[in-house]
Write a protein that binds this ligand. Structure first.
Ligand code: HEM
Length: 161
């Protein structure tokens, strides 16, 4: 029994090793958070409250990314990317834009999406999935549209021509 337990522990330590070793080393981020975020945040706490603060933004990003990675239209694009890291950076970005206390620690939108070959249809599909995620969180339609209006200009830098 004890031997089986020791073996299990040793095996899981072996399995845990390479996973940690494969993590991407942090790369230097150019520009300030405010420059990299790609837009100006909302003033005041109205939008932050409308999105149910940190817990609401976390749920929206979780739902958005979970639905994007299995989506028949855009799921393939996310293969091979670090999903927990993407979720963390999206939570930071969305929170900051909505007037929350988070600071964005990711890259600028052009650099982050460079060489992905994103098309208008991919962008539109991601927006549809975001709308579903905001619906699920019961964010008012008017506030959804105010947030989408902040993201819409990012189409110019994320989509390739
Ligand atoms: C308003 C539009 C968009 C916003 C605000 C946005 C936001 C972000 C953010 C904050 C990151 C992390 C940046 C970093 O890694 O430093 C990121 C990365 C990423 N985005 Fe977007 N994105 C948008 C459009 C899209 C679209 C349309 C797709 C694909 C359908 C997409 C797929 C990805 C992927 C796969 C990554 C991971 C990049 C990596 O691992 O290096 N994004 N995005």
């Amino acid at each position: 029994m004890i031997r089986t337990l020791a073996f299990t522990l040793a095996a899981s330590a072996l399995l845990a090793g390479p996973v940690l070793a494969e993590e991407t080393p942090p790369e230097p981020i150019k520009g300030t958070p405010a420059e990299n975020i790609g837009t100006q945040p909302f003033q005041g706490d109205g939008m932050w409250k409308a999105f149910h603060e940190q817990a609401g933004v976390n749920r929206i990003v979780d739902h958005l990314v979970d639905s994007a990675v299995v989506d028949p239209k855009i799921g393939e694009i996310f293969k091979g990317h670090e999903i927990p890291k993407l979720k963390k950076l999206l939570v930071e970005q969305f929170s900051y834009i909505l007037g929350g206390p988070q600071v964005y620690s990711g890259r600028d939108m052009k650099t982050a999406h460079k060489d992905m070959g994103l098309q208008m249809a991919d962008f539109n599909r991601l927006v549809e999935l975001l709308q579903k995620s905001m619906d699920q969180e019961h964010v008012a339609f008017r506030d959804q549209n105010r947030f989408l209006a902040k993201l819409a200009p990012m189409e110019r830098v994320t989509v390739e021509r």
